[in-house]
Design a binder for this molecule. Sequence first.
Ligand code: SF4
Ligand code: SF4
Ligand code: SF4
Length: 302
Amino acid sequence: MKEISTKIKEIASRLLADGQVNVFLAWEKGPEDHLTHPLAARSAEDAQKIVFDEYSIHNLSNYLLKFRDGHEKIGLVVKGCDSRGIIRLLEDNQFTRDRLYIVGVCCPGMKDPLKAMKINSGLLQDIALDDKADKCSNCAYPNPVIYDELLGSEQQPHVSGERKAQVEEIENMSPDQRYGFFQETFSKCIRCYACRQACVACNCRTCIFDEMRPQWVGRENNETDNLMYHLVRAYHMAGRCVECGECERVCPVDIPLMLINSKLAKDVNEFFGPYEAGIKYEQDGKPALSVYSLEDSDEGFI
Ligand code: SF4
Ligand code: SF4
Ligand code: SF4
């Protein structure tokens, strides 16, 4: 990874010095070994802080939203999951391709900084520090799907059958059992909205959950409002979620959001596919549920 860090620094310095980009998004080292932060470099000097290591886990495509207004050109580093996020933003008309210079890195998998912190402080036992983050144990696209330059050697998908089995287990429940499962799961939600903030697909300028007039969803932590939050979120993600796993990674109470996202992706693929969100960039491409076809399924969805 050291070699990749050096190459990214060289590319970022060149682009910033030549004025090809105004900002370059990458990562820098934080105060602890397990803390690697996103960095917005604005000069070749800033670019010297860039690192790419096993904790460069944040999906940088989400940080592009801070620059969507205006005309600045942005360079950034993307792993496989981040690159799918770029396609999400291009399809959602949040960015135009000509404003981006994309440096792709074939990703060997990252470690979870939160887990590392808990292990270091003794809060978590029975987990090895060198284990991959959960999202990286279920990654079908470790290699960037869109880029201007590509670094690193091609990686094999890292997909465990565990999540598929969990989705099937929920599908096989009776409606009452399933309702009970989700009721219990979402009762833990503290409505911190970290999952929304970390999500590249949550890119509406005014979020329904922030609106006060009318207030569509109450702000209390109770069964109805929590279920409503997760139901609306699921509908907004159907056919749009790029399965980057960031929502689940940042959830402070370990709600298994990727189970729901996987079920949504599975159903959209079966009913309206073949389709996987954010794996191929096409000019004017749209998510599966944003287009209508006479052949679309009329069968039950979700
Ligand atoms: S989800 Fe895939 S591409 Fe993203 S950090 Fe993990 S292994 Fe890398
Ligand atoms: S991050 Fe977790 S606790 Fe926070 S709103 Fe999302 S699901 Fe709820
Ligand atoms: S819902 Fe979760 S997995 Fe899907 S794009 Fe958003 S953060 Fe990534």
